[in-house]
Design a protein. Sequence first.
Length: 599
Amino acid sequence: MYHFNSRNTFFKKPFGAVKETTTVTFTVTSKYETTTPFLCISKEGGREMRISMIAHYAEDGTKIFTADYTFDKLGLYFYCFKFDSGKYGIYNAGKGEGFITERGQWFMQTVYAKNFSTPDKFKGGILYQIFPDRFYESKGKEELAWPDRVYRRDKDGQPFFKWGENETQLINTDYYGGDLKGIMQKLDYLKGLGVTCIYLNPIFEAHSNHRYNTADYMKVDPDLGTTEDFTKLCSECHKRGISVILDGVFSHTGSDSIYFNREKRYGEGGAYNDPDSPYRAWYDFDKNYEHGYRSWWGFPTLPDVEELNKDYVQYICGKNGVINFWLKSGADGFRLDVADELPDEFIEKVRREVKHCGKNKLLIGEVWEDAVTKISYNKRRSYLLGKGLDSTMNYPFRTAVLDFIKNGDGHKFCESIFTIYENYPKEALDNAWNFISTHDTPRGITYLMGKNPDSGDRYWQSQQSVEGDDYKTASKMLVCAYALMFGLPGVPCIYYGDEIGMQGYRDPFNRGYFKWWDQDEYILKNIKWLANFRKSHHEYREGELFFVHASHNAVAYVRYEHEDEVLTAVNRGNGPETFTYKDKQYTIPALNYINAVIE
């Protein structure tokens, strides 16, 4: 029997992803077998290389086989161990364990750029996501900027979701009046919550309440405020130690925009109307497309752009471009919407401009899967290997946390977390955004206790809410989910309103106006406590992770740095659960969590 485990530094050192030119030592052991294996390594798309392993004996008679390999280029590598016969090898059985079989899955090794670094100031922090129209209105509005917008004075009213539900006959045209000045007025609330960074959904001029259909990248939407308001917001945030991240929607624009102008809101020009428009080359016009041009997922209101068109690149990434303008106006970074839709080359150009404006500026990408192994449009993506994104929205962590809290199976949870932990460059993982809810997902409390959102249409979703004893249980489940998330590597993110128990299935029900008049004190108190505990312990910033307990209903893990350790343990079950770590017993109450400093 041969032994190897990629997650144990006795067998593979150093652990996890490594920088270019790093030499990794691989070790295989056997108590009884004497045949020396070969280390077989292949860079993705390259040829297989065989490296002879050196055999020697340990004092107890165990035979130890070792080989060193220097990874000289970034990319994904795959490796296993084979024998002279060629019939059998040591392959990945899961959880890093090797097993002997005729054919199996190879182990994976991430190699990233040796100069890759990400901003330190975000590590160990707490992020708060704000959907600007729905957070806080600084003062009542007499009218909105355009007549085709509907002003919602009924702040507790449900967002419109049906065609023809309002006088515009459209959805996404109801506005609750939230604005930049309103966010400014609530900065002390955010500071009290422990927030160190806010991420704003799109603020640029656009003709929908979500503003993902950009009309003018160089203007704040007038119903949110002005460029001066944004600069003032950034200044007030910075005084409180809070950074500001903007949403960059660069894979498409709105059809109702100064660039495309299909609706002719902006006069007679625009790429749609004028073949000589300076923006014409941004778009792919072809009569074979359903609407005569390529659009995002076929939506005619979202014409795709040619991201590598030189004029478009200059407009976004140039000396006086969009990135430069907003970072100089006070922003601390960008989150790239639908990063999978953007070419790696374009993302790298964005990165260069972001870092030109300051090494401490952040670039995050929206990626829903493992960002290291991600394949989109039949191409392996390289945006997390040091030349593109600093990090990503960590959807795999969200899936793991919610699945465990809702359904159980701590072992599955540990494996899901550790897979990302092993695959991601540490610089990226320490800045990954870990969240329970976003504007694109059901709210955590609804997901955990509500019915499957796939079981009903929007009308059905509009009629659902969690009430009574179910709500009490759901609030405890949500707190447990946040307790798990707050201790994991990366930056925990609070979606506005989660901390007070707001509910809602998918868009638009997860985008209600913040209920300042109806707050769940149990959830709010616990999230404040978790934030304070996290900020009080440096181990959460860049410390290592290992799991110390897993069962169907409970998990426990430790974050450590040097000799300092902190413990996080969560129990989703209906009764207490006890485990032992370092000869000390810990009991997690039913449907609750504990945090402890390990002495």
